[in-house]
Structures are given as C-alpha cells and as structure tokens.
Design a protein around this ligand. Sequence first.
Ligand SMILES: [Zn+2]
Length: 225
Amino acid sequence: MDPVELLKEKLLLACKIFQSQKLFDGFGHVTLRAAEDRILSTPKMPPGKVSMRDFIILNMEGEKLEGFGEPNGETPMHISIYRARPEVKCILHYHPDELIAASVVEQGVKVVANCGVFFYQGTPIFDSPSLIVTPALGDDLARVLAGHNSILLRGHGATVVSGDLDELVRLGINLVKNVRIQIMASVLGAPKAHSEAESRSIVELETQGNALRRFLDYYISETVD
Ligand SMILES: [Zn+2]
C-alpha cells in the first residue's frame, strides 16, 4: 500500500475514535507529518466526519498541495509547532467542554488520576481566546507549549502533540478524562494531585508491554461505522 494511503487510514481511525468518544464538535483538526516537508491534515470540515478521500496534503508553509477541501483556519498553529518541534509527528486540536473549563481557572490541569500521568510535566495555558490563524500567533503558541505534550487555549480548547499517532490518541482521550475527574473531585473538596515520582512510576508501567495496544483496542472496538 502507498505509505500516504496507510497514513490516511491511521489518521482516519484516530478521527473515528475521537468522534466516538464525543471529543469532537463541528470543529477541531488532526494533522500528521507524512514526510519532512509534507503534512497530512483533516480539511475544513467536522473532523469526526472525514473519509479517506477528504484528507489534504500541505507543505510546511501550510499551503495545500493535494486534496479537494480547504486547509483549516488554524493551520498556522500546526505549522509553527512542527517547525519548532522536529520530534513532533502528529497534532490534535479540539474543544472539549472539560478542557475549556480548566483553561479559564488558574489551576489548569492537575494530575489527579492515573489516566493523567502523562501530563505530569505540566500543561501550560495560552492566555488568549484568539483562533490561531496567523503564523505570528502560531509561533506565540508554540513558544508557550515549549517542550510540553499539551497546552490549553483559554476559553477555546486544547492542543496535544506526540511523536506517535497511537500515543496521540491515548493522550487526547486521557487529558479529557483526567480533567473530568479533576472537576468532579473539586466539587467534593480540594483534589490531591499525584507527585512527580508517583506519575513517573505509572508512566513507566503504561509505556511497557502491550499497555498502549490494549488501550487502543478498547477504543477501536467502540468506534462504529
Ligand atoms: Zn480551535
């Protein structure tokens, strides 16, 4: 199979998983670095509704090279992150209610559950509700993201990055799940967060053996065509 077609299939599955978990609304986008200077992207349409024929290919200026649909307005965010972080191979941008709620309070994301341990190094908050539609805003966001794997955009949503698409799916789901638990716990009292050492030891377990595979198998099984 053509490698690009294979990447499209993987990206399609990721989109279906996020959609089945109700993490997408009509907006949001997922991109994948298909080659040094080629980005595979969902086009300007509800990302959970894409099919193979919808994906577009962009260059590193964010210009469309192949495909029918138009690039998303926030493509500059993806481009800036890919330029700043050579190890990043895929990016998710979405707007789950839980993450927007966490983005407007000072505490941001706290690691309160084992599903949140991947975020122990912190999730910075981009302190603006602006859509990231210019290279200057994209660069600003990439600077705040720095070396982290996630960032909240105040009153807007969140962006998650990874060097691996399977891992991106796990991070995208787990960020929301952790924050949902954080919000629930906050109603009961002040949540106790994991220490860095506690988080690290669980990350170690979760990155061994078939842990990621098992995680994905469950969510793949939950997708419906
Ligand atoms: Zn957005």
